[in-house]
Write a protein that binds this ligand. Sequence first.
Ligand code: WTA
Length: 651
Amino acid sequence: MSTEINGLDTLLMENRKFAPSDECKNQANFNDPGIYERAAKDPEAYWAEQAQHLTWFQPFDQILDWNPPHAKWFLGGKLNAAYNAVDRHRAGSRKNKAAIVWEGEPGDSKVLTYDMLGREVDKAAHVLQSLGVKKGDRVTIYLPMIPELPISLLACAKIGAIHSVVFAGFSAKALRERIIDADSKLLITADAGWRRGGVIPLKTSADDAVADTPIEKILVVERIGQLANAQMMPGRDVYWHELMGQAPHTPFPAEEMDAEDILYMLYTSGTTGKPKGIVHTTGGYLVGANTSMRSVFDIKDEDVYFCTADIGWVTGHTYIVYGPLSAGTTVVMYEGAPDWPNRDRFWEIIEKYGVTILYTAPTSIRTFMKWGPEHIEKHNLDTLRLLGTVGEPINPEAWMWYNEHVGKGRCPIVDTWWQTETGCAMISPLPGITVAKPGSATRPVPGIAAAVFDEQGNPVSPGNGGYLVITKPWPSMLRTIWGDDERFRKTYFGKFPGVYLSGDGARIDEDSDFWVLGRFDDVINVSGHRIGTMEVESALVDHKGVAEAAVIGRTHEVKGQAITAFVTVKEGVQMNTDLATELKQHVVEKIGAIARPEEVIFTAELPKTRSAKIMRRLLRDIAEGRVLGDTTTLADPKVVESLKDLYKHAE
Ligand code: WTA
């Protein structure tokens, strides 16, 4: 979604308001509007109070040490994330409560109670230890959405090893790059995964990825059970089920982690071609994740909570694993596609397990709109009481549709704005307090100081747009970029000193509510997934026929944004459909299917300024059919006319 279009859209059209019902207010965990003011007055005290919902082996003696851009939270405190997510519930009344209700794509399913999950995590921690994994080591995890995925994360956390999850849809090359950057010794993967009934090989990608990397062992989960392509290399590759079978059934002692010890890193895209390893620490991250479960998701012991994200992204880390489990929640985890075997799979799952809270993405909602409400109407969704969205701005029409067809007009919707870097939801309604507006994430949650700044770093007045920033440190903020503190400093704190720059644009309305407009940097948001312009461009120019490439995100009805690639070829290379197809495939091999360009447009020239900078903004205008503004800075204005014409005939 282009910022301009979306901004105008919401600015002109939206004034509907949805206040919480009395029933919702009365039962909500957070229902005192005074909480915002109290938290704003003394955020440290607010967070220290929230931190009491975790179990600390040793209490912290200082809440915050802020040495911009570096924050330390809960200093002196000792805790373990896996202990908080699993073991502490085993000791109490939740021992036999369902922790993970897992639904496989082909229809198999599994329920792990907190006690059973704890036993699996302990065994897995023994296995990792037997493979030489120690506190502080990095473990790369490349798994489909199967129970072994959260178990692996938690086993790392129990030992104090740093997990680096790589989304299983990423290519071998992308995996390799992330393994090398993290300097991981162990890779956990599976033979393959299911997707729409088809088999997606993972072990073969893993094999391609690890050559000449620090990886010493590959731990292989057998998901499909037909290892035709997944050859095991003796001495390097070991089976998960074999080692788990041999592991001792004794409790694995939780490593006492310092609050500031690293819990995990997770790669995300930025302005340059190289993905950033976002670093999160144990105490602050867990406090943020846990607090938002209680405030934003109003979590109760009776809830059955379903987040449709993949654990390969931050949403799955925070809202499938650490948030819900640390709150003792029953989490539904689904392996596959929403339209497999039929377009009612999500609704079938909700009915089957009595889901009360659903958290999904605007792109999914728009897909459901396209498929039509009849798939939903086949199922009884009476158990639902709260809905959430994340990943990109939600257009008001999708919000209204979600409210009407899924929530039946009686479920509050929390539109949660946040990022890999922020660790947990930052701007969102609280369902028992906030008046929701379709398309607005409303206001920062208690304890978070967000603002919209103009170029000079002053807050904009109502009705205006600017840079979405966070002006004070918060517990679950990223601590650095793995191996590149300078990049961390420049990217996030380089524009306004001591203030976190999100990369998003936003507008503030008359009620001080926030309307997130989308990225203003070179990041494209395809179906809620962040993809760097430069990553796709480098993948394209890596092809032998390509001379130059410029990539933009254009508005797409379902995906939010789609990738359009403008390409010039080397002399003698034929510009035809075959080459376009080949280039798209090349990007898939380099990065993964999520980065596949929607269309490749061959052009003799790219529009450049006289200082030879590619004018991506202009390309986006062309792709979106907008009236073009000033093109006088162009080195060759004729280029535009021919591009407009080419675009009409794009593949
Ligand atoms: C976008 C996902 C508008 C935004 C949790 C942000 C949103 C990027 C919203 C982070 C929302 C996420 N409204 N935009 N509710 N939620 N975004 O790191 O552009 O994968 O910067 O984290 O998604 O994506 P990431």
